[in-house]
Design a protein around this ligand. Structure first.
Ligand SMILES: Cc1cc2nc3c(=O)[nH]c(=O)nc-3n(C[C@H](O)[C@H](O)[C@H](O)COP(=O)(O)OP(=O)(O)OC[C@H]3O[C@@H](n4cnc5c(N)ncnc54)[C@H](O)[C@@H]3O)c2cc1C
Length: 347
């Protein structure tokens, strides 16, 4: 990773995590004219906004869709989504899903669910456009210099933003961080995450006729949700994506592939369809936070710089919109903090 350690020129910010939160934070910093670099251990940006190309066709195996709520309309996310719609990157998918429970089937109507013809990851790639993003780069530790500047794997920055689930951020806060900062930040990063297995399955042709765009599955030992990826994408492909319950995922975290036959069996029984011709499973160890922070992000002065944490756990409604809002607000706050402590840059 190339450093931002120079003290001449605009302040330099490193954002660790190229998910929605990290990219939104980086865009906010960039907008204010500061130097910003993003790093992610993944080979593509997006984090849990994840799309795999499967025999030439994209399939979303992370987030199923995104929504825009009141906060997003007020604080800028709606404009971002509107821009994606105009550019043809996002499409209004549906506002109605099915609900399967022991009592039978019903439907539920809610906000517009947005999908992406090229997969939701394409939206993260759009956020990353114009930013300096280093992929396939795993950060090991955040430290502070004797002068109070944050450093990442030995390279100094004016500010460091960790845009990721608490459990992942905690792993980066080792003994090289000033003791009182480490103690305080660690004590606040207390939101755990729970896993989900995502299973994509495809058939030679659409063999279901009464499946809604998506189906919430209640009180089921294995399944929690099924999305019709063909209708989501708008190409009608015979592809479904099922998400398991977190209890089932916990029981199969070590060997998710071994859980695939059971998931497909339950999917077939639920929908009354024959086994698919092909399927894959993806393990999300930290699919969603259990609990949340009341604040929109964490920001701590390191003396002559700042350390911040943001992501979807910094909202009581953890989702794509929340991650974007947390990142945007965190990035703007970092800019303000650095403007308030110019002396730090010569420390
Ligand atoms: C199965 C599933 C279904 C979901 N369904 C929906 C849905 O329908 N609607 C909705 O709105 N939301 C949904 N979500 C939630 C949504 O995906 C998240 O809220 C959002 O994407 C979180 O973004 P983030 O930037 O906070 O975190 P992440 O996307 O997790 O980004 C964190 C990034 O940090 C990187 N990273 C971590 N540690 C390091 C390190 N040491 N070095 C370098 N990089 C590192 C990771 O690689 C990752 O890219 C779903 C999530 C999952 C998993």
């Amino acid at each position: 990773m190339e450093g931002g350690g120079a003290t001449a020129g605009p302040p330099s910010v490193l954002v660790v995590g190229a998910g929605v939160a990290g990219l939104a934070a980086a865009r906010a910093v960039h907008r204010h004219g500061l130097d910003v670099r993003v790093v992610d251990r993944g080979h593509r940006p997006g984090g849990r906004l994840a799309t795999r190309t499967w025999d030439g066709r994209p399939v979303d195996h992370g987030a199923s869709y995104l929504t825009v709520g009141e906060e997003g309309r007020r604080d800028g996310f709606a404009q971002v989504v509107a821009g994606w719609e105009v550019a043809g990157l996002a499409r209004r998918w549906t506002d109605t899903f099915g609900v399967a429970s022991a009592d039978g089937r019903s439907t539920t109507t809610g906000p517009v669910r947005w999908a992406a013809p090229a997969g939701l990851r394409s939206l993260a790639e759009d956020l990353a456009r114009g930013l300096e993003v280093d992929l396939a780069t795993t950060v090991e530790q955040v430290t502070t210099t004797p002068g109070g500047r944050p450093a990442v794997d030995g390279v100094e920055w004016d500010a460091v933003v960790l845009a990721m689930p608490d459990e992942q951020a905690r792993r980066l806060l080792g003994p090289g961080l000033a003791q009182e900062i480490r103690d305080e930040v660690l004590s606040r990063l207390d939101v755990a995450g729970e896993p989900v297995l995502a299973v994509a399955a495809r058939w030679p042709a659409r063999v279901w006729d009464d499946l809604p765009d998506g189906l919430f599955v209640n009180d089921h030992p294995v399944l929690g949700w099924v999305a019709d990826d063909g209708r989501r994408r708008g190409d009608g492909a015979p592809v479904l994506v099922a998400h398991t319950t977190s209890d089932f995922a916990i029981a199969h975290l070590e060997d998710p592939t071994a859980a695939l036959p059971r998931v497909l069996e339950e999917l077939g029984a639920l929908l009354g369809v024959e086994p698919p011709s092909d399927a894959f499973v993806h393990r999300w160890g930290l699919a969603r936070p259990v609990g949340h922070h009341d604040e929109p992000f964490l920001l701590r002065s390191t003396g002559a710089g700042a350390l911040a944490v943001c992501g979807d756990a910094w909202s009581d409604r953890p989702r794509v919109e929340a991650a974007w809002l947390s990142g945007e607000r965190c990035g703007s706050a970092v800019v303000q903090t650095l403007a308030d402590q110019p002396a730090g840059r010569s420390a």
